[in-house]
Design a protein around this ligand. Sequence first.
Ligand code: CP
Ligand code: NVA
Length: 309
Amino acid sequence: ATGLRGRDFLGLVDYKPEEIRYLIDLAIDLKRKQKNGEIYQPLKGKTLGMIFEKSSTRTRVSFEVGMYQLGGHALFLSRNDIQMGRGETIRDTAMTMSRYLDGIIIRTFGHRNVVELARSATVPVINALSDQSHPCQALADYQTILEKKGKLDGLKIAYIGDGNNMLHSLMIGASKLGLHFASASPEGYDPDAEQVKLAREFAGETGAKIDIVRDPREAVEGADVIYTDVWASMGFEEEQKERERAFKSYQVNEELAKGAKSDYLFMHCLPAHRGEEVSEGVIDGPHSVIFDEAENRLHAQKAIMAAIM
Ligand code: CP
Ligand code: NVA
């Protein structure tokens, strides 16, 4: 498909707007095929290794099921069960695994581990979440927004909370797809300056708009989508208490949502902490599309695998 074969999928930053759109359209097509009971197995006989250094529900299950549905086989490789956990280098792991596998996904801490794995592997590598980014989630989220709103271009997405991997991937996605992205984070929890700079560069080419502000009400004003994520990501658990204090006025609740459009979507990558970053009324209310997002992880990742593997 369209020259994506053999590519890595480390971040939306490496993909052109039309390539991201192609993957979203493919995801929608694969979703339709699956709902109609059509068998589509372009990856018959292929294998995917899945290295996890952090917990996962959605990513693990959707990649494993997706690979099966495409006719291939996936292996779950927990860091502690492979020699990487005992100090074997990422390079040796990548070189070895490339002799068995047709693709590798990795969920890890430092993004440089993802880059190092991709550099050393001779098969495509997919970023299944790093401290810097979570592009599979963002792709599924833009698919969800397109399905619900019928378009992406010109919509406003407000991200409230931690300047983390989710913020970065949504912001880069928005900058490539022509949305107005506005985020509000407390002082000390802003997004990475390098990521903001990149997003603003892309926005200059696509007509997207990137606003990084402090006040959640300002970000939410007139938004089509309100997105939030946990205050303490994986690896930051020991900061939970101090983050609860810092993020106290950043909860997405009915009061804050009043500033958004009346038909706004509420989105969250999950897992969520009800009563912290989002009120129960909002996450379980009529605007919430959290399980559509979760479902679309399956279809979006099938699209990525079918295109690059
Ligand atoms: N959203 C997401 O990636 O969920 P998991 O951590 O359960 O994979
Ligand atoms: N920001 C969260 C996303 C989990 C899917 C984390 O990194 O833990």
